[in-house]
Design a protein around this ligand. Sequence first.
Ligand code: SF4
Length: 239
Amino acid sequence: MILGNWCTRGCGFCSVPKGDPAKRDMRLDPAEPANVAAMAAAMELRYVVITSVNRDDLDDGGSGHFAQTVREVLRAVPNAKVEVLTPDFRGDFEAVDRVLTAGPHVFNHNVETAPRLYRRVRPQADYRQSLDVLRFAARHYSGAVVKSGFMVGLGETDDEVRAVLADLRSVGTRIATIGQYLQPTRRNLPVAVYIEPERFEAYREYGLSLGFNAVFSGPLVRSSYMADAVSAEARRSQC
Ligand code: SF4
């Protein structure tokens, strides 16, 4: 995870600490891209997922630093696949483009939940804006597979899950991940319900019926869950 340890947002489901750049030193570490690349090379990684906190305080949302990290990792481990899991960059397509032109193989941006629950779950985000980011990535950059995901168990209905899947598909998303929300700390939102494995399977089948290349749906599925296998499956079903 790059762009520092502090996030300028405070999503109800996430335990990453919230930071205020007016109150603490949140300057980016210029050595971070090279350090991430050196670590990926030392570990001989075949699949690298690069994600970040949100940095709404930065003019470019941290997209330049993100892009530089992708380039350095690709240079250091040329045989590895790189997946980026990005913020929404407040809907700034130039920022999205900056990351995409660095050459990631998979562009991932999570919608996280159904739009009705955004105020509680993702108060500083906008569902339509996230869809626009995914649509931009799918339309303007054919080099990367576009992926998104969301949690269930936060109080969404079956119809809302199906609607989110349909929205993701309609903007060109090709891989979807669906997992059970688990409360990371007492300060985070409580779990509304634990979803049975059969319902996860029904969501997967519904997603595949919409034309996704791959849908990973299960209680323990997370955004980066078996990301290399998910990406390989999506590429295979493209052929
Ligand atoms: S924007 Fe991302 S890192 Fe920040 S609080 Fe929300 S989920 Fe956590």
